[in-house]
Design a protein around this ligand. Structure first.
Ligand SMILES: C[S@@+](CC[C@H](N)C(=O)[O-])C[C@H]1O[C@@H](n2cnc3c(N)ncnc32)[C@H](O)[C@@H]1O
Length: 204
């Protein structure tokens, strides 16, 4: 029996797809660190000399993330936790970021009224598009199962559809047989010249 099941949901698929990139990354950003699960995954996977920024608008999320890093023995990794709104904090990070992760929605076991805001999310993604390195990835998990989440997911999809395919590969993943409205994963990768010129399309 195969002992792994990353196709469970958008977050597990996001981690599976991010892992090989995180292993080579120099600069990573978790835009919504919440309870710290994504931050801990990135910190565990990235090289020892990489820098990981972890942002959240709620002080309790920053506390929980710091605690999780300690509990998981990741205190030696260079993780810079910052409390504030991610579009402002991301503006201060240098360009050529290898990985940016958005896990939208509200903090589980927190105040569900504090939900990521559609306009701010799009603003932050636009900043991310300008800062992401060639071949770098932006992973966005959206939660259309609530009214605010559905609105945000729709706006996100509409925006991503306008981005020129010459500049970014953009795709999505979502379960098709779930009775409720499951989370959707959007995967954005910045294209670069090397991609077309040096990588063979077919290998014999
Ligand atoms: C689904 S939770 C994130 C889960 C988290 N990544 C984890 O692994 O536990 C969404 C988070 O987004 C945060 N958030 C909402 N608006 C934000 C903003 N403008 N800037 C930064 N964080 C924000 C919330 O406080 C909440 O903690």
């Amino acid at each position: 029996m195969i002992d792994m099941y990353p196709f469970r949901n958008a977050v597990t698929v996001s981690h599976m797809m991010t892992e090989p990139y995180a292993r080579q990354a120099h600069v990573l950003v978790d835009m919504t660190c919440g309870n710290g699960h994504d931050t801990a995954f990135l910190a565990r996977t990235m090289p020892d000399d990489a820098v990981l920024y972890a942002f959240d608008i709620q002080p309790c999320a920053i506390e929980r993330t710091r605690q999780r890093l300690q509990d998981e023995g990741l205190g030696d990794k260079d993780v810079r936790c910052r409390c504030g709104s991610h579009e402002q904090l991301l503006a201060d990070v240098q360009s050529d970021i290898d990985i940016i992760v958005f896990n939208l929605g509200y903090l589980p076991s927190g105040d569900h009224k504090i939900h990521t805001n559609c306009e701010i999310t799009l603003k932050a993604i636009k900043i991310g598009l300008n800062k992401i390195a060639i071949n770098g990835i932006i992973m966005i998990t959206a939660y259309p199962g609530t009214e605010a989440g559905a609105c945000e997911e729709q706006a996100l999809r509409s925006f991503l559809q306008t981005i020129p395919q010459q500049d970014f590969h953009i795709s999505s993943w979502q379960p098709v047989n779930e009775v409720h409205c499951p989370p959707v994963l959007y995967i954005v990768q910045k294209r670069g010249k090397r991609h077309y010129e040096e990588i063979p399309l077919h290998q014999d």
